[in-house]
Design a protein around this ligand. Structure first.
Ligand SMILES: C[S@@+](CC[C@H](N)C(=O)[O-])C[C@H]1O[C@@H](n2cnc3c(N)ncnc32)[C@H](O)[C@@H]1O
Length: 249
């Protein structure tokens, strides 16, 4: 687990060493409502009720759409360099940032292969219109995929609930059950990279499904949460190195 800015850490990873990039960047989408868009805190945007006072904030969620596209393209270009030919990329997005994210994915050099909706069973109704009941994974690959390496046939739609209440560790935490299903696109034993690791959910999913993991996280608080979760997921066998908190066997 590396502590620091993804744009600083990613160039230090060995070229061609990653089999799957599975990541959930700060969406920079401006919140759910007009008034949310003026808020500067990610916690104000994404959390309501008592949980707002318990979960740590994070930075990096205030770019406008052009800046988000340019920044994410840079990050994804570094991820491409770290990935082997044929590796997959899965990037989370909400509906607002779908066009920006597909632009960034391709500008970063990845081949865009499709969109996988993530259905969230618990979501608010919206008067006069449709629920925002899904987030999305944009799927890309580092050139052609050699399907003989990992001959899987995966669904094109997933349903899973976000962690709630005391089980929630991060304000935009993704379900490990969903991430574990997505990790099947990575060859068993392969290396999974998450440059926006947050509380380490992708890493827990990777380790619990027999993959390896390298993560980057800017917030010192969430680095530590991730390290603790990864240590628990892997027992004493896991060894991590790099700036920021590390875990040794
Ligand atoms: C959407 S959250 C990821 C949550 C994660 N999927 C989980 O389940 O816990 C995005 C994370 O990216 C981190 N972040 C923001 N800017 C960053 C940067 N430039 N480099 C690395 N991490 C960054 C934030 O601190 C935040 O924890």
């Amino acid at each position: 687990m590396h502590g620091g800015d993804a744009l600083v850490v990613l160039p230090t990873l060995p070229a061609g060493s990653v089999d799957l990039v599975l990541t959930d960047p700060p969406y920079n989408s401006g919140g759910r409502t007009q008034s949310d868009r003026t808020k500067v805190s990610a916690r104000d945007k994404y959390v309501s009720g008592d949980a707002q006072h318990q979960l740590a904030d994070f930075v990096g969620d205030n770019r406008d759409q052009r800046a988000y596209t340019a920044w994410l393209a840079l990050v994804l270009a570094h991820c491409l360099r770290a990935s082997r030919p044929g590796a997959s990329l899965l990037v989370f997005s909400d509906w607002r940032q779908l066009p920006a994210t597909s632009d960034a994915l391709q500008a970063g050099g990845w081949l865009w292969r499709g969109i996988v909706p993530w259905h969230k069973p618990i979501s608010r109704p919206r008067a006069g219109g449709f629920k925002a009941e899904c987030e999305y994974l944009l799927w890309g690959s580092n050139g052609p995929i050699d399907a003989t390496r990992n001959p899987v046939y995966l669904p094109g739609l997933y349903s899973a609930s976000q962690p709630r209440g005391a089980a929630r560790r991060h304000i935009t935490e993704k379900p490990v059950s969903l991430l574990a299903e997505l990790a099947q696109v990575c060859v068993p034993g392969g290396m999974v990279l998450d440059p926006f690791a947050g509380s380490g959910s992708t890493g827990v999913a990777a380790l619990s499904t027999g993959r390896r993991f390298v993560g980057v996280e800017l917030s010192e608080h969430y680095q530590q949460v991730a390290v603790d979760r990864l240590r628990e997921a892997a027992g004493s066998a896991w060894v991590a190195s790099g700036p920021g908190p590390s875990v040794a066997s």
